[in-house]
Design a protein around this ligand. Sequence first.
Ligand code: PHE
Length: 452
Amino acid sequence: MEQKRSGFTGKLGFVLAAAGSAVGLGNIWRFPYLAAKYGGGMFLLVYIILAVTFGFALMVAEIAIGRKTQLSAISAFSKLNKKFSFLGYVASIVPVIILPYYSVIGGWVTKYLAAFCSGQTAQAAQDDYFGNFISSTGEPILYFAIFLGLTALVVLFGVEKGIEKVSKFMMPVLVVLSVGIAIYSACLPGALDGVVYYIKPDFSKFSITTVVAAMGQLFYSMSLAMGIMITYGSYMKKDVSIESSTRQISLFDTGIAFFAGLMIIPAVFSFSGGDESALGQGPGLMFVTLPKVFNSMAGGNIIGAVFFLLVLLAALTSSISLMETIVSIFIDKFKIKRIPACLAVLAVSVALGLVSTLGYGIWSEVKIIGMQFLDFFDFISNSVIMPIVALITCIVVGYVIKPKAIIEEVETGNVKFKAKKLFVVMIKYIAPICILVILASSVLGAFGVISI
Ligand code: PHE
C-alpha cells in the first residue's frame, strides 16, 4: 500500500472520498433508530454537541497523524511511539468486526430495492414483512452474499475510482431526495408530534445511556477510532486545510443523518397513531417505516426504488472502504498478494456475517450478554473497542507526542488553526475523561453490574 500512495487531487477530492466512507448506513439506518429509541431531541442535541467538540478534535487528530506519518493506522502509531504500536492493531480489529454485519444490513437494503423494483410496495409496507424476512434463512443469506460479493468485486478489481465517480454524482441526489421525503413525512397526519419529539430536547430523557449511544454513533458515523481517517489523511496533500475539510465532512455527515431522522421518526408517529413503543424497535425501524411512507405517496414505488438504490450505493462506498482497509492491512502485515488477501477477508466476513443473519432467524434463542449476534458485534465495536481506541489516541496526542505536533501539521503551509484552543482542551482533558466515564458505564451496564 505504501508504494502506491497516490494522493487525492485536491481538497474536494479528499472531502468527497472521506465523506463517501463516512456517509452510509450509519446515517440512514442507524442514526434514526437510535434517536427514536434514546429520547429524540435529547439524543439529537447530545449528538450535535459531541460532533462539534469530540468528533471534530478526533477527526483532526486522525487526519493529521496520517498526513504527518504518511502511513496507514497499523504502522502510523508505531512510528509516533514504539510503545503504542498495539493501538494500530486494536484499531484494525474494528473494521473486521463491522464489515460482516454491515453487509448483512446492506443485504436488507438490497432486498428492499428488489422488492420496490418488482412493484411489491404494498407488501413491503405490511407490518410483518420485515420480521418475516429477517427471521427466514435463505433470503437474508442470499442478499447478504450479493452485497458482500459486490463489495468484494470492487475491492478485488481495484475499481474504487469508478465507484467514487458514481457516488460523487449520486450523493447530491441522495441529499435532495432525503430532504424531499423528510418534508413529505413531516406533513403526514399526526406526524407533527414526531417532529417535535425529534427536534425539541426533553431534558427528562437525558441519561448516561443517551450519551453512550450518541458517542458510539459518532465514531461509527464519522468512521473514527478505527484508523480509516488516518489512512485517508496519509493520502492528503500538504496544502489542503485539515480543519476546514473536517468541518465539511462532519457537516455533510451530520446533515444526512439529521434528514434521515426527519424522514423516519415523524412517520413512525403518524403510522403508529402516536404509540411511543413503536419508537424502540431498534435496527428494523427504517425497514418497517419507510415502505409505509412510500406506499402512501403517489408514485411511491418509483421514489422508493430510487431511494433504496441510492442508499445501497452509499452503503457500498462505506463497505468498500471497510474492506479496502482490512485488505491493505493483510497485504502489509502478512506480505500476501491482493487476491489471497481479498479471499481471506471474504472468508472471515462470510463466517461472521452468517452468524449475524442466523442470529435473527433460527439462532434467535442464542444470546451473548443478552444480545443477538448482530447487536453484539455492533455493541462490542461501537461501545467498547472504538472508545478504547479513541481514549488511547487522546492520550498519545495529548501527552506523548503532544498537541503541538498535530497543531504544526494542521498549520503546515501557513494555514491558521482556528479552533486550536478547543482542540487542545478536548484532546487533553474533556475527551479522555468523558470517554472513560462512558466506557465504564457501557461495559458495566452490559454486564448488568449497574443499570443504565
Ligand atoms: N461511517 C459509515 C457509515 O456511517 C460506516 C463505516 C464505518 C464505514 C467505518 C467505514 C468505516 O455508514
